[in-house]
Design a protein around this ligand. Structure first.
Ligand SMILES: [Zn+2]
Length: 359
């Protein structure tokens, strides 16, 4: 095991951040509009609702937040689930991590935000539906760090969470996702491996695949990394339902991160090295050229060669109207599960290693 990159409170932490209780309670749980974990009693579990953006009716969306505040000081790790609303395994994984924590024996804090994009979660849909424009939906993972004075409710919601919950408290973060409805995903990390602390975290996860990824603008992961808060995105398989085997491995990797940082006692579980995790730095997309019904010739985690047939498509009469080949040698990371396939839609994505010499 390599040396531990110590996590010290990041320098941008505003000294003035305090907890603001609104005075409201929801189902007996206090509501906060701002949280400083330093204000919470050590050695205990805490639950609050974070007051997010207002709805058009004037009421607010409230995000359930759990904090396991260790008896002893240490870093604060954030666990975020439900930025996309149809990614239920993210919620189960974070719940299971929190249930295993005993604050009395912890040195540091774990803060969990569950079901961040409230209206998307309520309707089990990926994107946040708004009232504007007759119901324009927004991708809630392309707008971080948000803007409290932004033009849309999801942007404002992200800004509130960022300014008043995440950025002031977190030293490290893990954002849990799955693939979106209609597809399926291996157990997979997006991680900017150029960052030593991020690489160390990624190597602690016993996942199928890791993509070394500089990060997409607007994702929560990229917002964290840009703010010098080491972070990665954990993709836990299929959407809508719980994916129990992948959830268990995601929990094991997350607990490894907490153990290696000394927040939680105990020996490490399995890591990437022990499960022969495949690393790549490219994700080749195969998109359909025709409308039709899709038949997969390979499935998740299968190795493929460049040029290998991976899927075909039939019209309503059963004739083959398109066949698809892998453009690279790699492993299957994402597949379409919806058999009906419009032109241009994602058939498959293959994780592969780009030629470094060609940049
Ligand atoms: Zn997602």
């Amino acid at each position: 095991m390599t040396s531990v990159f110590p996590l010290s409170p990041h320098p941008s932490t505003p000294a003035s951040t305090t907890t603001v209780y609104t005075g409201d309670q929801i189902q007996g749980i206090p509501v906060v509009s701002q949280l400083a974990v330093a204000d919470l009693a050590p050695g205990q579990h805490h639950r609050v609702y974070f007051q997010g953006v207002q709805m058009g009716s004037g009421q607010h969306w409230y995000v359930p937040v759990m904090v396991a505040k260790g008896a002893h000081p240490g870093p604060c790790v954030g666990l975020v689930a439900g930025v996309h609303g149809d990614e239920m395994s993210s919620i189960s994984a974070v719940q299971r991590i929190m249930a295993q924590l005993n604050p009395a024996e912890m040195a540091g804090t774990v803060l969990a935000a569950i079901g961040v994009s409230r209206p998307a979660v309520e309707y089990t849909q990926s994107w946040w539906p708004t009232a504007q424009g007759g119901g324009t939906p927004y991708d809630p993972n392309r707008l971080w760090p948000g803007d409290e004075n932004g033009d849309t409710a999801p942007s404002r919601h992200a800004g509130l969470l960022w300014n008043r919950l995440f950025q002031p408290n977190l030293d490290v973060a893990m954002d849990y996702h799955t693939v979106t409805t209609g597809s399926d995903f291996a157990l997979f990390l997006y991680a900017d491996l150029r960052q030593p602390a991020v690489r160390q975290m990624a190597e602690l996860f016993p996942v199928d695949q890791v993509m070394d990824d500089p990060g997409l603008a607007g994702t929560l992961e990229t917002a964290f990394v840009t703010a010098n808060i080491p972070a990665l995105t954990v993709e836990i398989g299929s959407p809508r339902c719980f994916d129990p085997d992948k959830i268990a491995l995601a929990v094991e990797g997350s607990l490894n991160v907490l153990k290696q940082q000394g927040i939680v006692p105990g020996p490490l579980g399995r890591t990437a090295a022990e499960v022969s995790t495949i690393f790549g730095n490219g994700l080749a997309s195969i998109r359909s050229t025709q409308g039709g019904f899709l038949e997969l010739l390979v499935d998740l985690r299968d190795p493929v060669e460049a040029g290998q047939p991976v899927a075909l498509q039939r019209n309503a009469f059963g004739d083959v109207v398109a066949d698809y080949h892998s453009p690279v040698a790699g492993v299957v990371a994402i597949v379409a599960r919806d058999a009906l396939c419009e032109p241009g839609s994602r058939v498959m994505q293959i994780l592969y290693q780009r030629d470094q010499s060609q940049g």
